[in-house]
Design a protein around this ligand. Structure first.
Ligand SMILES: [Zn+2]
Length: 252
């Protein structure tokens, strides 16, 4: 009697564990944290013209960033790269190449901690540390900040504003870190694109770390996506270009 109830308990626990694992997987596939923290951030810009900003997070990577830069060059796109200070420190020449090829550079923190755990002082240190490393490597003083995993509180948003930063999230998530099929990503983006969208991709990162992931599908996505979006009349812009809407353009 006792033995069978223990066995039943183990089975119930195993089922609960499996359900929890499936829940976590589904959560990361379908839930986008950025959606719930969008208030007072730049995630989409109302534009009268068909423009879209492509962004890459977590780089630079010595493996994937050069491949992505090559695809962007072939497609004639200027994108925005939200870099991690610690990766820029490791691969300064790749960071420099991104800047030299005319792409915009944003700040993605120094080491990709969840900023939700930071006090305002810690946040300031983290952002400044990344800012300095990026400035030293590329000459660029960053003014856009993208919080790792889109974990950002209202108090952090205020602090970043005080520091002269704009918080930049996204309106369209390619989910390239869990979507291992470029055709699916292209289809998803084409079905959901709106003028003024910011699309999230990654040029580094991994499922459980900030490096070592496979960005092959992201590389394969760029040129085909560019071709399809241009067929729909879209132009590619950086975050600064996206934000610079001229008044007469809006009136048109
Ligand atoms: Zn990230």
């Amino acid at each position: 009697m006792k033995k069978s109830s223990t066995k039943r308990l183990i089975i119930v626990l195993a089922i609960l564990l499996a359900l929890a694992a499936a829940g976590v997987a589904a959560f990361t596939m379908f839930f986008d944290q950025a959606v719930i923290v969008r208030r007072n951030t730049v995630y989409h810009v109302e534009r009268p013209d068909k423009v879209v900003a492509i962004t890459f997070d977590d780089g630079p990577s010595p493996v994937w960033t050069p491949k992505i830069l090559n695809e962007l060059k072939q497609a004639n796109i200027k994108a925005t790269f939200f870099m991690l200070g610690m990766h820029v420190e490791k691969y300064p020449e790749i960071a420099r190449q991104v800047a030299e090829e005319g792409h915009e550079i944003g700040n993605h923190s120094y080491d990709h901690h969840g900023l939700i755990y930071y006090t305002n002082e810690e946040l300031e240190t983290e952002v400044n540390r990344a800012e300095k490393v990026i400035k030293d490597a590329t000459g660029v003083k960053t003014i856009y900040f993208r919080p790792p995993k889109a974990w950002v509180t209202d108090s952090e948003k205020n602090k970043l504003k005080e520091m002269g930063y704009k918080v930049v999230l996204w309106s369209l998530n390619s989910k390239d870190w869990v979507t291992f099929d470029n055709k699916y990503m292209i289809k998803y983006i084409l079905n959901n694109i709106r003028p003024g969208d910011i699309i999230l991709f990654h040029d580094s990162g991994g499922v459980f770390s900030t490096e070592g992931g496979d960005r092959h599908e992201t590389v394969l996505t760029i040129q085909r996506l560019a071709e399809k979006l241009r067929e729909k009349g879209y132009k590619f812009v950086t975050i600064t270009e996206l934000l610079n809407v001229k008044n007469d353009e809006v009136k048109k």
